[in-house]
Design a protein around this ligand. Sequence first.
Ligand code: DC
Length: 212
Amino acid sequence: MIIAIDGPAAAGKGTLARKLAQHYGLSYLDTGSLYRAVGCALLDAGIDPHDAKAAAAAARNLDLANIDAGNLRTAEAGEAASVVSANTQVREALLRFQRNFASREGGAVLDGRDIGTIVAPDADIKLFVTASAGERARRRWLELKGLGEDVDEARIRSEIEKRDARDQSRASAPLKMAEDAHLLDTTKLDIEAAFHMAVSLIDDARDGGVSA
Ligand code: DC
């Protein structure tokens, strides 16, 4: 079974995807970490993430199977990831790895922005996970604070809105809900409630004759 999870920044996709992977015994890929790793490789080398040629080269040279997720969750890494993810060559360089991951034996859960539309259009179940911008900003603020970053919630909100706009308006694989995706609005749901709702959507889809 392949579960595709898409949605805007800080909607709770990662936590939900991890729990679903554990529940169904599937492998999990956080595809945002691939874009974040490209962004960080550039930042570490002192290169502007807008440098299209350097970003494409960085994406091609990454060892995608061995990405160290350690320092990728910072606000700076997220911003750099959003910039490089608008680069078509970067997206192309990362696509095959994601598709191979999706089709691995035993099934997989992938989360990102274009999983249901581009990476795994034939996924057995597609969830589009979202929440209000204010709630997403609050969650990202808590996450960054937990990582020891000194951040302002209002600034996080404006960065999230900027990032949403960039992710939705880019020409290459923009963030959008697949036509056959189920919408899961987590604004008023905690993670357990979101998880139970997702499990019931998935189990209904499977009972409806979708192969596992
Ligand atoms: O989910 P995240 O915050 O880790 O993603 C970081 C950025 O990577 C996000 O702003 C857009 C980009 N991204 C993408 O374009 N496609 C994906 N499948 C995953 C992430």
